[in-house]
Design a protein around this ligand. Sequence first.
Ligand SMILES: O=P(O)(O)OC[C@H]1O[C@H](O[C@H]2O[C@H](CO)[C@@H](O)[C@H](O)[C@H]2O)[C@H](O)[C@@H](O)[C@@H]1O
Length: 278
Amino acid sequence: MSTPVLLTEAGRLGWEAIVRDPGTAVIASDFDGVLSPLVEDPAMSRSAPGVLDALARLAQTVNQVAIVTGRPALVATELSGVTGHPGLGRLVVLGHYGLERWEAATGAVTSEPVPSGVAEARDRLPGVLQAAGVPDAFVEDKESSVAVHTRRLPDPLGALEALRTPLTELAESVELRLEPGNLVFELRPPGIDKGVAMRRLVGSTGARSVLYGGDDLGDLAAFRALQELRSEGLYAVLLATRSSGATELLDAADIVVDDPAGVVTVLTALADAIAVGS
Ligand SMILES: O=P(O)(O)OC[C@H]1O[C@H](O[C@H]2O[C@H](CO)[C@@H](O)[C@H](O)[C@H]2O)[C@H](O)[C@@H](O)[C@@H]1O
C-alpha cells in the first residue's frame, strides 16, 4: 500500500521517523469518528472493519498503541472490541480524556478522583434541559461526566445552540468544563484533556515520534500538544478524519481522510512501510 498524501513537511518527517525507528513510536487515536463510524446511538458504536487488525500489526513493532477517548475507558474497551484481540495485549485505553487508564495487559482501570460537581450537574440537568426547551435531549451518563446529545432530535443544530448558554452556566456553577463535540455537549472534570493525556503518554513511554488520529474538537488539545512537542524535538503525524467536520482540526492535520475506512488505509500503509523499512 502506498504512502498517504502528507500535506505538510512536518508530517512527512514524522512519518519517516516512525518508519525509521518504530520502537520509539506511539500510535494513538480517538475512538468515535476515527476508529468507529459515527452512529445515532452512542451505545451502538463499533470499530470499523480492519481497524483492530491494522492496530495489531502496528503494535508488533511500535512502542505503544493507545486509544484516547472521551468515553469511559471500559466502555471504549467494550465497544471497540479490543479485549482479547490478537496482537493487542499491550494496548492502553485512556478514557474520560485521560482521567482513566485501562491496560490490556492487566485488564485493570486506574482513575483520578471525580469532582463532586459531576453529581450535582447530573441532578440539575433535567431541569436545565426543560427550561431550555430541549427536554428530550439524550443524556449519556458516563459516571465521571455527563454528555448531552442532540443528534436524534428533529433539529439537532438548533437544539445544540439552545443548550449552549444554559449548559455553559451549569458547568461553570459546578466547576466543570463544557466540552463541545459533534452534536454533543459534555460536562466533564477540568484539569485534564487529550493534550495533557498525550503529554503524559509521550513522557511515560519516552516516545520520539507519535501518530495521533482525531476527528472532533476534543482532539484539538492533542493536536496542539503534539505541535508544541515538535519544537522540543518530537516527530508527529497529525491524522484527521472528516467524520465530524471540525474545520480547525482538519486545517491542522498532516493527513486528512474521509472516515474510519481511510484510517485503516493509513495505518495499514504505515505498517507496510515499517515492514519493508522505507
Ligand atoms: O473522544 P471520542 O472517542 O471521539 O468521544 C467523543 C464523544 O463520542 C461519542 O459521541 C459521538 O459519537 C456518537 C456515536 O457515534 C454520536 O452519536 C455522537 O453524536 C458523537 O458526538 C460519545 O457518545 C461521547 O460520550 C464522547 O464524548
